[in-house]
Design a protein around this ligand. Structure first.
Ligand code: SF4
Length: 253
């Protein structure tokens, strides 16, 4: 028999209350008025334009509760990793003396980046050089294994671009940071396994992505829409893009 009157179980009802609270909290956050350097490795120029200009998302395409819960969980994993690294003898700076996350801004603040941390010392057995950019991500098992097996630069172009950009722009604050490899850390959210990887500075990629950021901002300021990244709206990136209807001039679903 069809159930046209589905009542939420108590578990679903609790989760719904949590998600509504997270959604309300998220809507109260001030909107970014800059282009995040961490996004400059993303595939689509036009999507970055929508992001930078705070273009309203298509109806019903705001972050789902699952996504917001995942964001929160990511912060918890990162805090755990800071604790674990410090316990293992690493000296890791994550915030300045006034409590702010380390970061940078350029182009009159129109491009900004905030980093997970800088390692300034570690047990001598590792023969690391300092300062060393530290980036930490928590991933589901499938992606975590891909990163472990193939390396972050192959698996994730967004992270691959993020690290050299941060190194280049943080050089004035942490002299030498762009001469030393970054320590990329990925935690498996399902098994708590940890993958560490040294990523050498890629100056050409940093320059290319920085130029891209400038080009996107200039296009926004000139009111010019950048080309789509693909010829079909069924491309997998478009299917998850919150501006899919707007971009392809479709009737909202
Ligand atoms: S729908 Fe596709 S082409 Fe359009 S902005 Fe989004 S990702 Fe880019």
């Amino acid at each position: 028999m069809l159930d046209f009157n589905h009542r939420l179980s108590f578990s679903e009802a609790i989760m719904k209350r949590i998600d509504l609270a997270l959604d309300a909290e998220n809507k109260l956050k001030p909107k970014r008025n800059y282009l995040g350097a961490s996004r400059l490795g993303a595939s689509c120029d036009r999507a970055l334009q929508y992001e930078y200009s705070n273009t309203p998302k298509d109806p019903g395409r705001d972050f789902l509760g699952t996504t917001l819960r995942n964001f929160d969980a990511g912060h918890v994993f990162e805090d755990l990793m800071v604790r674990w690294l410090k316990m293992a003898g690493f000296e890791l700076l994550t915030h300045s003396s006034d409590g702010d996350q380390f970061g940078f801004e350029t182009l009159d603040g129109k491009i900004q980046g905030h980093i997970d941390g800088v390692i300034v010392n570690a047990p001598s057995q590792f023969d690391f050089s300092f300062p060393m950019l530290w980036e930490c991500k928590s991933k589901a098992n499938k992606v975590w294994r891909q990163i472990k097996n193939q390396g972050v630069e192959i698996v994730d172009p967004v992270y691959a671009a993020q690290m050299p950009l941060y190194q280049a722009y943080l050089e004035p604050q942490f002299p030498g940071i762009s001469s030393n490899p970054a320590l990329f850390t990925a935690i498996n959210k399902e098994t708590a396994e940890i993958h560490f990887e040294l990523v050498a500075f890629n100056g050409a990629l940093a320059q290319q992505r920085s130029d891209r950021g400038v080009r996107i901002i200039e296009a926004c300021e000139a009111g010019e829409l950048q080309p789509r990244m693909t010829k079909t709206d069924t491309h997998y990136e478009c299917r998850i893009c919150p501006w899919q209807d707007r971009c392809w001039e479709r009737v909202p679903r």
